[in-house]
Design a protein around this ligand. Structure first.
Ligand code: TPP
Ligand code: MG
Length: 636
């Protein structure tokens, strides 16, 4: 409160004034009074309210529509609903906490809608099931849009609920009008798989169950249900209303004859290559990938959209991608987001086009790409002609493909495979040595190299059942860490929309917590500042996650872009930092975290101090809390 006596008098006068209702006064007092006085103030406000408005105050809706909605939501396998609160779903919010007891689903308090969706995105990949997200009207959905797009491009299911006031005749002035939309989902319809706006409780039940089914049917994608305010708040009219049972679709296997043909090509090939991207969704899928690769003794290039193949395996050849494709006679693409990019390159900034593969290379594309394509957003990438396009879910098709490979393999081919396998194992061992040698370059530099950051972090967590929440930001982790299981690396944003990494790490950690996994993430500075409030959410919900900052005090990637332009225009390259650095003042990320209740240390720019600090941070996370280590690093 202000110390100014005049201000105090003015405030008292205001509170006594006719304009101040009992409810408003109680709200003011409640905000300031100690605990004991609060109960009294509440009681007074209650009696005042009754006196002022005897008729409407007497109306009690014992079973609002939102209770029924929650009954529907509870039939789905949703552990959490991430939300930034909003009056357009206040009734469902209240049902969740009182009627539903805030369990399954439990509300996650998020400080920005983009963070809420980002959390759900990371969670779905780690948990193997969607999370709910509750978004307020037009404004909340506008905030959420980029994160929904990331999830769309990453083929990840998210159950989005928005609240809105559909009936103009009962819409209150000003805000309810400003936050209302004729067609809420229009804003994101290009990048959700399905949406609906139920007009009744029966409609809500069917559409919500349908939405869950659609979201979790590969290709998995976000879905949206808009919930009308009156349908939530009015008494539930449930005569004859039924909640339909959730049926889950089995993912479609590619056509058997086509898989058999692909198998014959692969078996007959001298230099086959398997390229996998968003291919598997769990450890069963990783095992199938190993079985396929071993059956053929073929190299696997994992593009990293998912953790498809153990990097410790002698057939793992991620770094040799270009060389392998150049030599290949058959290439198998497994849910690869950019098939064209595997056989072509376009230089930047001169756009020189190079074809990488042999002229007669045979390409098999096993994907659901033609099913989820949309017109407006161009995430489908450039058109690539292939020799065999198989429409099917990659993981679901692997068992049949493996069977066909084994069937087609003769004794003669088997011995050729053994020789190829030995060559590949040798090449892989060399690459691993090379990676370690290269990582040692600039070992003692300050700011710290990203290679040392990855190596020191590995040293600190290697005894834990680890999981790297966002695995596409520091390439060194993919080169140096012995990732072998699905949960070891959870991929990236999908659409490269910055602001994904921090919330997604939280979502991954939430899914990992009951599994006893230790979640770590390399957190870029620019990315964190899109939704720094995720740190508070981590502290509030006690989510154990280790944020190791890759703090290069810049939008470093953008510096490189502007440098390229300056070189192209023959102008000053040294001014590329303007508009791209996040420095002077440098942001104190340790303080940012501490201010929100998160254990933190830093900034650390002495590489000699990194190991010990990491140890301290690891023990905090093992204790069940989030921790952040601010490490000042080289650009890349
Ligand atoms: C929403 C969004 N805005 C802007 C960009 C453009 N962009 C690409 S990389 C990048 C820099 C990100 O900085 P940081 O997260 O610190 O990573 P760094 O490049 O420094 O490693 C930006 C701004 C983007 N991809 N997404
Ligand atoms: Mg940065």
């Amino acid at each position: 409160m202000s110390d100014d006596p005049k201000a105090a008098v003015d405030r008292r006068t205001f509170l006594k004034g006719a304009a101040a209702t009992a409810g408003a006064a109680a709200a003011t007092v409640l905000a300031q009074a100690p605990e004991a006085a609060k109960r009294e103030a509440t009681a007074k406000a209650e009696s005042g309210r009754k006196k002022d408005r005897p008729h409407p105050g007497d109306i009690v809706i014992e079973r609002p529509g939102s209770d029924f909605m929650l009954d529907v939501i509870k039939t789905l396998d949703l552990e959490y609903v991430a939300t930034n609160p909003g009056s357009s779903f206040r009734s469902l919010h209240e049902s969740l906490v009182n009627y539903g007891g805030n369990v399954k689903p439990e509300l996650l308090t998020c400080l920005h809608e983009e963070a809420a969706v980002g959390i759900a995105h990371g969670y779905a990949k780690a948990a193997g099931k969607p999370m709910g997200v509750l978004i307020h009207g037009s404004v909340g959905l506008q905030h959420a849009a980029m994160a929904i797009y990331n999830a769309w491009v990453d083929r990840v299911p998210v159950m989005i609920f928005t609240g809105s006031v559909g009936n103009a005749a009962t819409r209150r002035s000003v805000t309810e009008w400003n936050h209302s939309v004729q067609d809420p989902a229009l804003l994101v319809r290009d990048f959700v798989k399905w949406d609906d706006r139920p007009a009744s409780l029966q409609h809500f039940a069917e559409s919500t169950v349908r939405a869950y089914k659609i979201a979790t049917t590969p290709p998995m994608e976000p879905v949206l249900i808009d919930i009308d305010l009156e349908l939530q708040e009015e008494a539930a009219r449930e005569e004859g209303v039924k909640i339909p049972r959730l049926t889950r679709s089995r993912p479609p296997q590619g056509e058997r004859a086509a898989l058999a043909e692909a198998a014959r090509w692969l078996v007959g090939a001298e230099s086959p290559v398997i390229i996998a991207d968003r291919c598997v969704r769990n450890q069963d899928g990783v095992k199938l990938m190993v079985e396929l690769a071993e059956a053929l003794q073929a190299p696997v290039v994992d593009l990293g959209g998912r953790m498809n193949f153990p990097m410790t395996h002698p057939l793992s050849h991620n770094e040799a991608r270009r060389a392998l494709v150049r030599e290949a006679d058959v290439v198998l693409l497994l849910e690869v987001a950019d098939p064209w990019g595997q056989f072509n390159s376009l230089s930047d900034p001169h756009k020189d086009h190079r074809v990488l593969g042999k002229k007669d290379v045979r390409i098999v594309n096993l994907s659901m790409q033609d099913v989820y394509i949309r017109s407006n957003y161009q995430d489908h990438q450039r058109y690539q002609a292939v020799d065999l396009a198989i429409n099917g879910d990659a993981q679901a098709s692997l068992p049949a493909l493996i069977e066909e490979v084994k069937r087609a393999t003769t004794a003669e081919r088997r011995s050729a495979f053994v020789a190829r396998g030995a060559r590949l194992a040798d090449a892989q061992a060399k690459e691993r040595r090379r990676a370690r040698e290269e990582a040692a370059h600039g070992w003692d530099l300050s700011p710290i190299t990203t290679a040392r950051l990855a190596a020191e972090t590995w040293n600190a967590i290697k005894g834990e059942p680890w999981s790297l929440a966002v695995s596409d930001r520091i390439p060194w982790a993919r080169r140096l860490w012995p990732a072998a299981e699905y949960h070891h690396m959870l991929g990236g944003s999908g659409a490269q929309g910055v602001g994904y990494a921090a919330p997604a790490a939280l979502g991954v950690a939430l899914a990992n917590k009951p599994k006893g996994l230790f979640t770590v993430t390399f957190q870029p500075d620019g990315d964190l500042m899109y939704s720094p409030g995720i740190l508070w959410t981590a502290a509030y919900h006690k989510i154990p996650v280790l944020f190791v900052m890759h703090n290069n005090r810049a939008y470093h990637q953008e510096i490189m872009h502007v440098q390229r332009m300056a070189a192209l225009h023959k102008r000053r390259v040294d001014r590329a930092w303007v508009g791209n650095v996040i420095d002077n003042p440098a942001i104190d990320y340790a303080k940012l975290a501490q201010a929100q209740g998160v254990w933190a240390e830093g900034p650390i720019d002495d590489p000699g101090k990194l190991g010990a600090a990491l140890k301290r941070a690891v023990s905090v996370v093992k204790g069940g809390a989030p921790a952040l280590l601010d490490v000042v690093c080289q650009g890349r």
